[in-house]
Write a protein that binds this ligand. Structure first.
Ligand SMILES: [Zn+2]
Length: 198
């Protein structure tokens, strides 16, 4: 097949089926008759350009191709939807998991005087023990200034203070240790959940 109609571009050729005059555009090999609807193939001989009813094989091939395209497009669309649904499901599950953790975390938070709250830390326990020890030593030294018969009673105050801060420190330490374990477990399980939903 040469350059079909290069010389007769824009000229009319007859429909191979009904004979109606059809305009031939350059480079067009297949066309449909505007009048009878027949699919035509442009043919060229040494002396003329004409149309022939397109072979059924060609037409079927074209139909099969367009059906294949549609099916592939449909499958792609289905895969996209499936992926989107999976992503939404994963997000929902992760959100639920995070909500559960936040509720649990709330129970561990330490409230401060300003209405704020923060995660418990072991450092806070050490600080309490430090304050208790400092208060005990300072208080006992101060008690030495009291008359001998009151010294024992005066010493009780820093001892009580030290015991109280020591116990508070223990609670603080235990709470922060439990919180650390719970937080690590949450992070580990979240990662596992995320991977399982990929
Ligand atoms: Zn025709």
């Amino acid at each position: 097949m040469g350059d079909v109609g290069a010389a007769i571009r824009g000229t009319a050729i007859p429909c191979g089926q009904c004979g109606a005059s059809l305009e031939l555009e350059a480079g067009v090999r297949f066309l449909k008759c505007r009048f009878c609807g027949t699919s035509l193939e442009v043919k060229e001989s040494a002396s003329a350009v004409y149309t022939e009813v397109k072979e059924l094989r060609e037409e079927l091939k074209e139909i099969a191709e367009s059906l294949g395209d549609a099916k592939r497009e449909q499958e792609k669309e289905r895969a996209r939807k499936k992926k989107k649904a999976a992503r939404q499901k994963r997000d929902r599950e992760l959100e639920a998991f995070d909500r559960a953790w936040n509720a649990k975390r709330e129970g561990f938070l330490v409230r401060d005087k300003n209405g704020g709250s923060h995660e418990p830390t072991k450092g806070m326990a050490f600080a309490l023990w430090g304050v208790g020890a400092f208060g005990l030593v300072g208080g006992l030294m101060f008690a030495q200034n009291w008359p001998p018969e009151h010294r024992a009673k005066a010493s009780l105050i820093p001892v009580f203070f030290a015991v109280a801060t020591f116990v508070m420190g223990i609670f603080q330490y235990r709470s922060s240790a439990e919180f650390e374990i719970a937080k690590r477990r949450y992070q580990r399980e979240r990662e596992r959940l995320r991977e399982s939903l990929e």
